[in-house]
Design a protein around this ligand. Structure first.
Ligand code: HEC
Ligand code: HEC
Length: 252
């Protein structure tokens, strides 16, 4: 990193990304840090790395139906994945994160897609994803770190293993609530240190199990779960508004 005024902001961006709780806590409404889903400080391939993201904007997003700048894309992460409040355009938090991503992308060509961008799509498994099978995978391969109740583990007030559902997790509007994204992240990156070891079937099953639990409301909620589903979750891979074990998700 350059040893000058610009480098100072790049370093700040790195610190915000790694410890969002401490360095941008005013914009965060859960126990997560950006790095929990973008591993190795946002550098790891197939963990939606920042260097591949930076050169991919501005881009049209069907999620909000207009062309998003990179700064707007960052705002979305605060609102949904971090269940928080988006920093305003020009806010030092966004400037620092954008500077860090720009620096990580040094030498990357704009106008294409770099290998390793995003989370790799996992082929649809032979059998439709299943809650009971996913629960078994969870107990055997995830609960040790994330807890039998999915609430993760904290030590001295600091999150060591992040929560996967519940009040302290990402909300119903976040990309990770969709089992297509979640299976991709999980297959490539979990269990931590053993990425790539789950079968496609296990990745889909455990993603469905994880995303069949309650979490904070979608901030675009308009009072009706049914209408919010129709408007924002009209996809077979979103469980929002679906009934699981007698409970309609999103209706707590
Ligand atoms: C709960 C997991 C999670 C957390 C926490 C999270 N993200 Fe993400 N992020 C995702 C997912 C999933 C996607 C892809 C989702 C999609 O395409 O809808 C994504 C996409 C992105 C992208 C676009 C990537 C690309 O190639 O287009 C950027 C940039 C980004 N996140 C930055 C951040 C920042 C900055 C933070 C912290 C403020 C953060 N994320 C926190 C899960 C997370
Ligand atoms: C050895 C401990 C460990 C195991 C086992 C493990 N994880 Fe994780 N997981 C982590 C850690 C630590 C992070 C945060 C990574 C970081 O910040 O670098 C994480 C992050 C995540 C995230 C994104 C952050 C969030 O809270 O939403 C998801 C989703 C996830 N794990 C799911 C799983 C699933 C599903 C399994 C089982 C297949 C699993 N993990 C097994 C330690 C573990």
């Amino acid at each position: 990193m350059p040893d000058d005024e610009f480098g100072k902001i790049v370093r700040q961006g790195e610190q915000i990304f790694i410890n969002t709780q401490k360095n941008a806590g005013q914009f965060v409404g859960n126990s997560l840090n950006c790095v929990n889903c973008h591993l190795d400080a946002g550098r790891k391939s197939n963990s939606s790395p920042l260097w591949a993201a930076y050169i991919s904007y501005p881009a049209y997003r069907s999620k909000n139906k207009h062309v998003n700048t990179f700064a707007e894309r960052l705002q979305g992460c605060f609102r949904f994945s971090m269940n928080g409040k988006a920093p305003a355009f020009g806010d030092p938090t966004l400037v620092a994160l954008e500077s860090y991503a720009y620096w990580l992308a040094t030498g990357a060509p704009v106008g294409g897609t770099l290998e390793g961008r995003g989370y790799p799509e996992v082929k649809k498994p032979a059998q439709p994803a299943d809650y009971a099978r996913g629960e078994k995978v969870y107990q055997q391969k995830c609960a040790l770190c994330h807890g039998a109740d999915g609430q993760g583990q904290a030590s001295a007030g600091k999150t060591v293993f992040p929560p996967l559902w519940g009040e302290k997790s990402f909300n119903w509007g976040a990309g990770m609530h969709d089992i297509k994204n979640a299976s991709g992240f999980i297959k490539a990156n979990m269990p931590l240190g053993l990425g790539g070891t789950l079968t496609e079937q296990e990745a889909w099953d455990v993603a469905l199990f994880m995303d069949s639990h309650e979490r904070p409301q979608d901030p675009r909620f308009n009072g009706s779960v049914e209408e919010t589903r129709k408007k924002y979750h009209d996809s077979p891979t979103s469980l929002y508004g679906k009934s699981v074990n007698g409970h309609v998700l999103g209706a707590k």
